[in-house]
Ligand binder design. Sequence first.
Ligand SMILES: [Zn+2]
Ligand SMILES: [Zn+2]
Length: 275
Amino acid sequence: MLTDTHVHSHYSLDSEASMEKIVETAIEEGIGVLCFTDHIDYDFPIEDMVFDFDLGEYLAEIAALREHYGEKVRILAGVELGMQPHLGPRYNELLRKYPLDYAIGSQHLVNRQDPYFPETFAKRNVEEVYRQYFEETLENVRAFDGFDSLGHLDYVTRYGESIKPFPSHSLFPELIDEILKLLIEKGKALEVNTCGYRKGLGQPNPGPRVLRRYRELGGELVTIGADAHKAKDLGKGCKRGVECLRDLGFKRYFYYVGHEPVAVEIETALRGTIS
Ligand SMILES: [Zn+2]
Ligand SMILES: [Zn+2]
């Protein structure tokens, strides 16, 4: 049984996928646990881009899908929260108000720009942008306790690599160590975001070096998600991500129900999977 706990539907500004189609794809692909994690990015710095939606409506649709398909796939309700230092109180209020299973905390910005847009790298060297990205991530992980798993720790490399690739060992190991230690201290998980495979990076975000280091430092809580924005990408690379964890010595990975981690044995997960 595989799980995919990072999926976007049309509730996200950048997706048009229907929830029902995603659930049907999960069943076809043999994915046993699916967690919707639509984007909420309050105070996004680009005008006209509003990453927010009605969580009441969202939870009602998920409940209806659970009613209909719940025997074939476990359907969970989460969010992906775009972290900024001043947003903690607003996100905590939202998390108190709505009974979600899971919250991914993600760093989507560096210097108040999304590295998805090439302007982020204009007139700056890539290393400098990367350093600032990890510094801002550290600041946000320090400031905010409401998330369960840190999403795509090196998201900035998804876009920076196409501008100037450089070896993963040069990705500011001291800064990343600080982030990993803080996650462990706070009991937070680290996400293996398999979108990196889809984008041709040849590894998930973060890659094996960071995952190995997290384990060396005592980290055990890892989650897996394909970060699909289309139903056809659901679960893509999740099996590869699980194999990567197994090769690094992890025995289990996790999904969250009511913000509590549930373990999946890696050997069991890899048995009989088709995607
Ligand atoms: Zn994200
Ligand atoms: Zn995402």
